[in-house]
Ligand binder design. Structure first.
Ligand code: ADP
Length: 475
């Protein structure tokens, strides 16, 4: 009997202490907890209840009734105070409960609405995805889509038919297995760079067909972006360009062969033409006292001059096409170049009845490729003689603050405004070949050389007053 008194009082007392400790901790941990003072008062009341139970244990053996009654009095006070203080709190607690309930209902309704909305969005996305796959399945190309990180999650039927693979083999980066081992690293590097930068991918590479053979494809991949510009997915197509590539290769080889032939032919023709020219000039001089024969030789020389120009043009054009325009630059005096060209053209001009004049500054030095500028001036002077109708041809070389200028002027047939731009293109001519022979390459060569020097070339024509070609070169 005594020990059950002791044990039950001990358990009750300790529990009371533990409950108050918990309440104290709760008010400390949860910031902003409502009625926290009520919790503390309640805790104090329970502590004092617990203490009375400990006193009950003591009074079994020792009659400390005064202490017992004092502590009980304190407990009675704490209990009564808590009870009285709790009473007016009652309606506020009820109100708080109601508010809490209303808030919960409100958030449940909002959640419900959010769920509906995301369900509608999901269905819309599903429909879009379905449409996308329909379109992709009907493409003649191999097509696929990848996640933003580049892992491919969908291939159309054409892909599986062509490669003879299964969806399981193709998951993620499985596409590597249908690539040429020599090229797959380059393809992957470029693809990874696109994934990082978000820049569309475009590349030509071979893909292995189901029968093990390779065909060339043009692959284009574009990013699909979200409202903030972020990449959501990648859409890729592989277009079979195998035949085009073969044809392209054959065409390239044919063009190379043609250029090679032209360059060899032109080169080989040059030497006999030069020799013939020297021989004819000697014969012309020797025939001073036989005018009819001299006239014939002179005509032969004119024709040979034309042949020489054509061969030089062919050689230049094939060189530009195959070797590009490598410039061998050094200080070049344009006046000196003009003097050389004019001296070389003297005989030709005389035969055409044109007088050659040189004007301008005494010395105009630029950093340039001298032999190429010789070619530019030769072509312009030849044209001025050819289309100048026997009028004087003037070459003027001048120096400005930041550039040098060469102007070649004749007073011949002129060029219609509509033709002035196109005559600088390959094979473009503004005269009938019945009246004037030529390939239409001279001005093209002029423009290429001038552009390679960072300069410009243009033409001005006064109606009926002839033509001026103006070349401007940086110093
Ligand atoms: P080609 O003289 O072999 O036809 P060019 O490229 O040298 O080729 O010239 C292209 C065309 O520009 C010529 O066919 C001619 O119509 C025109 N052209 C060039 N220079 C002159 C000029 N000085 N006067 C009139 N027309 C010219």
């Amino acid at each position: 009997m005594v020990w059950s008194q002791v044990s039950t009082n001990l358990v009750i007392g300790l529990s009371y202490l533990s409950i108050s400790a918990t309440l104290w901790l709760l008010t400390r941990r949860m910031k902003g907890i409502p009625f926290s003072k009520a919790y503390l008062a309640f805790g104090l009341f329970i502590v004092s209840c617990g203490v009375t139970h400990f006193i009950d244990i003591v009074t079994i053996w020792r009659g400390v009734y005064w202490l017992d009654v004092t502590l009980r009095g304190f407990t009675a006070l704490a209990s009564a105070a808590t009870a009285i203080w709790l009473f007016p709190l009652f309606p506020r607690v009820v109100r708080l409960g109601e508010l809490f309930q209303a808030e919960r209902e409100q958030s449940r309704a909002a959640l419900q609405e959010e769920l509906h909305r995301s369900e509608a969005l999901r269905r819309k996305l599903e429909a879009t995805e379905h449409q996308f796959r329909e379109v992709v399945e009907n493409l003649p190309d191999l097509a696929w889509s990848a996640a933003a990180d580049g892992a491919i999650d969908f291939y159309n039927q054409r892909w599986y038919e062509y490669t003879g693979t299964t969806p399981e083999e193709m998951v993620g980066w499985g596409w590597r297995s249908v690539h040429d081992a020599q090229q797959v690293e380059a393809v992957e590097a470029q693809w990874r760079a696109s994934i990082v930068s978000g820049i569309p991918f475009e590349m030509e590479f071979p893909l292995r067909a189901a029968d093990g053979t390779f065909r060339w494809f043009l692959t284009r991949v574009r990013p699909l972006r979200g409202p903030d510009g972020e990449v959501l997915r990648w859409i890729g197509t592989n277009t079979d360009i195998h035949e085009q590539r073969l044809i392209r290769g054959e065409l390239k080889r044919a063009v190379e062969q043609r250029d090679l032939f032209l360059s060899i032919a032109a080169h080989e023709l040059r030497t006999p033409i030069m020799t013939m020219g020297i021989q004819l000039e000697l014969a012309e001089r020797a025939l001073d006292d036989a005018p009819p024969a001299r006239k014939r030789v002179s005509t032969a020389l004119t024709q040979l001059g034309r042949l020489h120009t054509l061969v030089e043009e062919l050689l230049d054009v094939t060189r530009i096409g195959t070797e590009g325009l490598a410039l061998d630059k050094g200080p070049v005096d344009l006046v000196e170049v003009a003097q050389t060209v004019l001296a070389r053209s003297e005989a030709r001009a005389k035969r055409a009845g044109s007088e050659l004049r040189l004007r301008g500054d005494a010395r105009v030095v630029v950093q340039a490729d001298g032999s190429r500028l010789d070619r530019v001036l030769t072509n312009l002077v030849n044209n001025a003689i050819k289309y100048g109708n026997g009028t004087p041809v003037t070459v003027e070389v001048t120096l400005a603050a930041d550039r040098a200028e060469i102007a070649v002027t004749d007073h011949g047939i002129g060029i219609a405004p509509a033709d002035q731009a196109r005559i600088f293109d390959k094979f473009e001519r503004a005269v009938s070949s019945d009246n004037f022979g030529g390939f239409g390459l001279g001005l093209y060569i002029v423009r290429e050389i001038v552009l390679a020097h960072g300069g410009t070339v243009g033409v001005t024509c006064e109606p009926g007053a002839g033509t001026t070609f103006r070349v401007r070169l940086p110093l």
